[in-house]
Design a protein around this ligand. Structure first.
Ligand code: HEM
Length: 206
């Protein structure tokens, strides 16, 4: 009989904590990003937007650091095995989804960081160089090399980075939808323990 806390039926506490912290942070960044991009252009909301921009940047850099930690953890700790009856295509799709999540959790903050480093404002179509501060405690340097580029190139880097940033946010929402749908299918249709491995208060059914 599989006990609720059996080490190899669930993800370890560190993996579960990183999963949920990153899920909440990364998904909440998307509406915040959309809002602040509009709010900065409106006289009535500009002051609020100016307090939210640095929070978005600092939270995004935190996501980058936590994702690096999570990848190191994942590479050094094997996940619990998937249910034996899962088909090959399901395993491949699950693996691809998880790999893409890692890619997005790196690429989203990196594109934001490159944008901030270019010092180009898409809202005002001009250069506004703002340092990236980690919640007021210390400054995070710009991505090396960008400040030395000539202005045309720097603007191109900024515009492209924000275009990528914006599209990747949509990609992450779509992937998250697929991921949640798959988790719910496992739980309610296949009635296996895939969801319980990542949700501490769900009892394994086996
Ligand atoms: C997982 C991490 C992140 C997510 C999900 C995210 C998401 C978003 C989204 C959805 C937008 C709105 C884009 C649009 O208007 O279509 C945005 C804007 C922005 N992001 Fe991020 N972001 C992340 C990390 C970062 C980081 C690390 C930085 C900088 C260090 C950053 C800097 C910005 C800036 C400055 C804008 C506003 C662009 C402007 O209007 O000037 N983001 N973000």
């Amino acid at each position: 009989m599989a006990g609720g806390g059996t080490a190899n039926t669930r993800y370890a506490t560190v993996a579960v904590a990183l999963h949920w912290v990153l899920a909440v942070l990364a998904l909440s960044m998307v509406p915040v990003g959309w809002w602040m991009g509009d709010a900065i252009q409106d006289n009535d909301t500009r002051a609020q937007a100016l307090t939210v921009f640095p929070l978005h940047k600092a939270t995004g850099m935190t996501i980058l650091a936590l994702t690096a930690l999570r990848l190191v953890w994942r590479l050094t700790h094997a996940p619990p095995p998937l249910p034996a009856r899962m088909a090959g295509w399901e395993r491949t799709l699950a693996g691809a989804t998880h790999g893409l999540f890692y890619g997005l959790l790196f690429a989203l903050p990196l594109s934001g960081w490159i944008y901030a480093s270019a010092g180009w404002s898409e809202a005002f179509k001009m250069f506004i160089d703002v340092p990236t501060s980690w919640f007021g405690l210390f400054n995070i340097p710009h991505v090396p090399g960008i400040a030395a580029l000539d202005e045309d190139l720097r603007r191109d880097v900024g515009e492209t980075a924000m275009d990528v940033h914006s599209k990747l946010a949509w990609a992450m929402l779509i992937l998250a939808g697929l991921h949640v749908a798959a988790a719910l299918k496992h739980h309610f249709v296949d009635r296996d323990d895939v969801l319980a491995r990542m949700v501490p208060f769900l009892k394994p059914k086996a």
